[in-house]
Design a protein. Structure first.
Lengths: 143, 102
């Protein structure tokens, strides 16, 4: 269990996904939720949300949790953050290339106007969940 | 005072059983699968949003993570007051059929 929890809380991908999902749910409660992510939010409420789901300042909450988990698991996380920092520059460069001279219009506008972009996380998640059998993901079913 | 060995064992059993059979059986969850799911999701985000190609050596998970991190920052900045929040929601409802977020 602890071996599995370590990458979940350490690398930052699960933290990021759940904080992002929570931000969307908080900002627009009318959005259709993803049951699995709701369950994961409850499972990881203490380690990844520090007890309560944030309702504002989502980015700072995420960074606080990330730094805390990095302090708990220094080696793995520092490596992950170094990797992330190295890639940050590359990602921003890629984004700048994709924006095609829309300086600082905002990522949201970019995502909204990009024609082929169907960035629906739900659709991506549904696709992913189709690929991964539910039985291999979680071995229990809610009552 | 000597305590029978089964007493602490019974206490441990009572404390641990809910983690296996309770409403939230955290001991039975496949955390590796969750991690794998998130990793694949971030790869998908990087491919869809940034147009990068999968790289088995360096990986592209960091690209997706950094992008969503920036996105999260934008969400926070644009939700500080009602006017920005309404604009944010109107932007998120545009797009091809479904919102860009969900």
């Amino acid at each position: 269990m602890h071996e599995g929890l370590s990458p979940c809380s350490g690398i930052g991908t699960v933290t990021m996904l759940l904080h992002f999902y929570n931000a969307i749910r908080q900002l627009d409660p009318s959005t259709q939720g993803v049951k699995l992510l709701d369950q994961l939010c409850q499972v990881f409420k203490d380690p990844l949300f520090l007890g309560t789901l944030p309702t504002e300042n989502f980015s700072s909450h995420f960074h606080r949790v990330w730094e805390l988990t990095s302090a708990l698991n220094q080696i793995q996380i520092s490596r992950a953050q170094c990797h992330s920092r190295n890639q940050s520059h590359r990602t921003k460069a890629l984004l700048g290339k994709s924006l095609h001279g829309f300086p600082c219009l905002g990522l949201l506008v970019y995502l909204a106007i990009k024609p082929r972009m169907t960035f629906g996380l739900t659709s991506i998640l549904a696709k992913m969940l189709d690929d991964i059998p539910q039985s291999s993901l979680v071995t229990w079913r809610p009552k | 005072m000597r305590v029978p060995f089964n007493v602490p064992l019974e206490k441990a059993k009572v404390a641990m059983l809910p983690k296996f059979n309770g409403d939230l059986p955290v001991a039975r969850i496949n955390y590796f699968a969750i991690f794998e799911l998130c990793t694949q999701l971030f790869e998908q985000v990087a491919v869809e949003a940034l147009g990068v190609e999968l790289n088995p050596v360096t990986g592209i998970v960091g690209d997706g993570l950094v992008m969503l991190d920036m996105f999260l920052g934008h969400l926070g900045e644009n939700s500080r007051d009602d006017r920005k929040r309404r604009r944010l929601l109107s932007i998120s409802k545009r797009g091809s059929g479904e919102g860009i977020l969900f």
